[in-house]
Structures are given as C-alpha cells and as structure tokens.
Design a protein around this ligand. Structure first.
Ligand code: PGA
Length: 252
C-alpha cells in the first residue's frame, strides 16, 4: 500500500431492487475480504429503498453507505423527499450532492446545492460533492472556469467539515469515454488548488475521478498523484467488476 487508502465509491443510480442489491453484496463481500483497512475505502450509494437493509451489513465490514440525494430542510411538508435526519437514523454516512444528473435533469443549481452541502455537513454526514464540465464547455476551453464556479458556489463558507469532491466530466459519464489520465490529473490538481484557496488549513480534501471508470482503467487513473479514488456508475453494478476496481487501488 502507498499512502492513504484510495476511496472507491459505487453509485447505483436508479438500478437494483432490494433483492438484487442483497445478492450483489452476497457476491461482492467475499471477493473483497475485509476492506476496513488497507488500500481501499469503499462507499456504496444504492437507491433509498436499499439503505436500511444495507446499513448493518456495510457497517460490519467497514463499507461507507451513501444516499444519492437528500432535501435541504430537516423536516416539513415536502412530499416525496428525504431528510438528513432520516438518513443518519439508519446509519447512512455519506450523501452525493451535485451529481450532474441532478444538476441537468432535476434543475439543481449552485445555490440549492450549497444549501444541500451545508445541511448534509450540519447533520454530521459527509457530502460527496460532484463537479464537472459538459463537452461543449470543454471544447470552449471553459472547463476550469465552470468547475471553479461549481466549487466556489457550492462550498463557500463551509470549511471545517469533512468533504469529498468528485470530478466527473459530464461527457465521460455513462459514455464509455474516460478522460485521459493526463487530463484527469490536470483537472484534479486544478481542483486541489481551488480547494486549498477556499479551505485554507483544512488538510487534503480527497478528490475522486468519475466517468466510465472500469476495471481496466482504474489503476492507471488512481496512480495519479491528485486522484484519491474513483466514483463508479455502471461498473459498480457488477460485483466482479467493482471488486476488480477495489483491487486496482492496491495495484497502483
Ligand atoms: P459511469 O457513471 O461510471 O457509468 O460513467 C459515473 C457516475 O455517474 O457517477
């Protein structure tokens, strides 16, 4: 092992029923052995309907459990929404905030996301704050400006709490196109500089790469000095593939 464990997070999006999720764990857990210590720290983000059932199984083996969303308010007349208190009560540890699908499909803007990050932090949960540019923004050489704005607007004034950041170029999500290792490292080091200036003295904030991470490219991505882990969508749905990505954390 070299340095801090890499963080391997799986985002299941709107996939897997409870039974399917349980059989994933039945297959996955023996493949990874004890993962509480070592090269990888694993986090799973299944659908809300699986969180309760997953909590103790994940806790027993040191896997973090993330919700894919939450509301900004802690209670109230918000039909269909889930509060951070409901998540902490069942043993959730992390919350995805600002995933590009939430930004694009559910109109979550910078101001709303800032409130969500704050609510998550105040509940003692760890936000996994996602940022990333679209293809058009990259082609116009706006990728750094866009990501800087997302970070500054989303995280302003929120120093002093635990936080993970995920850089997920929108054009790489679910497309099979991954950023080159050089592009990923360049953006991660840029993000680190932005975070260092927003959160002076907060220590190293882990930055995960996401966007078509697969067993075959995970080790190379994680070999980069500013890539502290990966956020995996499609490949996290297949136990054998996700286990290979976990193993890649030790192969760098
Ligand atoms: P993908 O998704 O690995 O399927 O590209 C990543 C994500 O959306 O977090």
């Amino acid at each position: 092992m070299t340095g801090e464990p890499k963080i391997i997070a799986g985002n299941w999006k709107m996939h897997k029923t409870l039974v399917e999720g349980q059989s994933f764990l039945d297959e996955f857990l023996p493949l990874i052995g004890g993962c509480g210590e070592g090269d990888a720290a694993i986090i799973l983000a299944p659908n809300f309907t699986l969180l309760s059932a997953f909590a103790s199984r994940c806790q027993d083996v040191g896997i973090g459990l993330a919700a894919q969303n939450c509301h900004t308010e802690t209670a109230g007349a918000f039909t269909g929404e889930t509060s951070v208190g409901m998540l902490t009560a069942i043993g959730v540890t992390h919350v995805l905030v600002g995933h590009s699908e939430r930004r694009a499909l559910f109109a979550e803007d910078d101001a709303l996301l800032h409130r969500k990050v704050q609510t998550v932090m105040e509940a003692g949960l760890v936000p996994i704050f996602c940022v990333g540019e679209t293809l058009a923004e990259r082609q116009e050489q706006q990728h750094q400006a866009v990501v800087e704005r997302q970070l500054q607007c989303g995280l302003a004034g929120l120093a002093g709490h635990r936080l993970l950041v995920a850089y997920e170029p929108v054009w790489a999500i679910g497309t099979g196109k991954t950023a080159t290792v050089g592009d990923a490292q360049e953006m991660h080091s840029f993000i680190r500089r932005v975070l260092d200036s927003c959160f002076e003295g907060s220590g190293r904030i882990p930055i995960l790469y996401g966007g078509s991470v697969k067993p075959d490219n995970a080790a190379q991505l994680m070999s980069q000095p500013d890539v502290d882990g990966v956020l995996v969508g499609g490949a996290s749905l297949v136990a054998a593939d996700f286990a290979r990505i976990v193993a890649a954390a030790g192969a760098r």
